[in-house]
Design a protein around this ligand. Sequence first.
Ligand code: KIV
Length: 262
Amino acid sequence: MTTAKIRQMKQAGEKITMLTAYDYTLASLLDEAGIDTILVGDSASNVVSGNQYTLPITVDEMIFLTRGVVRAAKHALVICDMPFGSYQISEEDAVRNAIRIMKESGCDALKMEGGEEILPAIRHIIQAGIPVCGHLGLTPQSVNQFGGYGLRAKEEAEAAKLMHDAQLLDQAGCFMIVLEKIPAALAEKVAKAVACPVIGIGAGSGVDGQVLVLHDMLGLNQGFKPKFLRRFAELGDALKNAVNDYITAVKDASFPSNEEQY
Ligand code: KIV
């Protein structure tokens, strides 16, 4: 999978699939199942490390997680999130961090949250030959500014800014844009207005593809139930049942059986 193929998929009207992954084992399964793109999201801060926000995760941690995913991906395009603080200080710092993540993780592309305010950094990174995926709408690295994880761009002014930002990112050469938690009608308008593919999460069906956090859609993260989330499995229950069976079998000495020992 390449960024060029991703763009062709939009032109051909073929929906693009993306899921997050943060380790070799699960990324291998996603790749074997035929996913188009794997996002090593900074949601790893929540999912892997148990932080409340995405802000604490570091460049070193993102590189460590992404390496495992890259080793697993034989087909899928691997995108790594640039973590909070790695592209806001200066353009030079942003390019340095972007090059470091590409070199040390082996990923195919980077994702960055924000519009016009980070455009100079995005332009410099693209000029360095690195494909960039934009991310607009609910951008969790700005949660402290937003004051929560509510629906974004409900009001006309914010919707107009989002459309403007999407067009700027498209013109700057972003190969893809993620739109998170915005009204479906606005997301569809954006997807029609830009040449690059638009991937939605909580942004309705009128976009060019969908992304979900793997642990949410598999039912591993059992407390998180926003309206946009469909659980495609209940692996949290399956996992707890398996662990309960293991505990019982060890306690009653039925595991290991004669066949399970040397
Ligand atoms: O970090 C992440 O997992 C993301 C997705 C929710 C798009 O940015």
